[in-house]
Design a protein around this ligand. Structure first.
Ligand code: SR1
Length: 325
């Protein structure tokens, strides 16, 4: 790979090796995150090895060991189960391999944590839910414990319920797999049939929201319930803006930006430059009304309307070229 003249070693000569090791690769968020990481790696002249995630903790451990054996300079760990990663990550650090974590709490001061400000993201979505529905409604909630971003979003949901006793959680469901939307749809159907008074669903992951929307369509109840979510993709924008869609708002970052930020963080560490322990990409609230009014149909349209959506000033340096995505 071409080097970057004037950049610190090893980026001046090119060919630094970084591994991106994901726990989940399926779904729009993770595909866009990977594309952003690849674009930033290309701009840096990095040889990026992508290890696909299949929600398999032992496979992810094995991939970290493979990356160590490949002699990578850095590893980005994208989601995962902290309890199954600690010792292999220690092995990487002991070989002076730099490690950055996205959305997995490895609780190690040597490992910077990239996140999307999940508290803010949940606040944006739930403030909008309260603005639209008031402070008393029957809610469905989609949540799976053990994923750092979902756990952080859950802290806000618990606080909002405690502050608004009129919000009653009637059903809790959810599943994370390579068929999250379809499985969530089956669960949502049962929950909505058992609780026909639910008028709001908080589904803070776009695959969850897609599942709830499918269930409502099957039940013929899309006009009776509103969905508030996290994440955005071109496919999500189409589902949000289509006629009669119950998916009325989502709070999101641009996942490609988060992928690029993750690569920049590990590159700075490899170059021996300082990286803060917590690197946050701020989300925006995106509403159905605004998307329709502005004629936004794709993530690219969204970026044109809101330039801040496609950039982040986090972990930059003058020698790091911008990623093209
Ligand atoms: C299973 S965790 C799913 C979440 O990870 C990322 O933080 C995305 O925002 C997604 O909602």
């Amino acid at each position: 790979a071409a080097g970057l003249p004037g950049a610190p070693a090893p980026f001046d000569k090119g060919g630094a090796k970084i591994a991106l090791i994901s726990y989940i690769s399926a779904g729009d968020f993770f595909q866009a995150y990977q594309a952003g990481a690849e674009a930033q790696a290309k701009a840096l002249g990095v040889d990026l090895r992508v290890f696909p995630g299949r929600q398999n903790a032992s496979e992810q451990r094995e991939q970290i060991l493979q990356a160590i054996n490949l002699g990578v300079d850095g590893i980005v760990i994208d989601h995962g189960l902290p309890e199954s990663l600690g010792d292999v990550v220690e092995q990487a650090l002991s070989k002076n391999i730099k490690v950055v974590a996205f959305d997995v709490n490895l609780n190690n001061p040597k490992i910077p944590q990239v996140e999307q400000s999940d508290h803010r993201l949940a606040e944006l979505a739930l403030d909008k839910a309260i603005k639209d529905n008031g402070t008393a409604f029957k809610a469905g909630y989609v949540y799976v414990a053990g994923f750092a971003p979902l756990d952080r979003r859950n802290e806000v949901w618990e606080k909002v319920k405690a502050a608004n006793p009129g919000i009653e959680q009637k059903a809790h469901f959810g599943s994370v797999s390579d068929t999250t939307a379809a499985t969530t749809a089956d669960q949502a159907k049962a929950a909505l049939q058992a609780n026909p008074d639910i008028t709001v669903v908080f589904a803070p992951y776009d695959e969850f929201a897609r599942g709830v929307k499918l269930a409502l369509a099957d039940l013929g109840r899309s006009d009776a319930v509103k969905i508030y979510s996290a994440d955005v993709s071109t496919a999500d924008i189409q589902e949000i803006t289509e006629a009669g869609s119950p998916w009325v708002a989502t709070a999101a970052t641009n996942p490609a930006v988060v992928g690029a930020v993750s690569i920049r963080a590990v590159a700075l560490q490899i170059a021996g430059q300082p990286v803060p322990p917590r690197i946050v990409v701020e989300p925006l609230l995106i509403t159905q009304d605004e998307l329709r009014a502005a004629g936004v149909q794709t993530v690219e349209d969204l970026a044109r309307k809101i330039p801040a959506f496609s950039t982040s000033a986090a972990v930059t340096a003058d020698w790091i070229p911008a990623a093209a995505f």
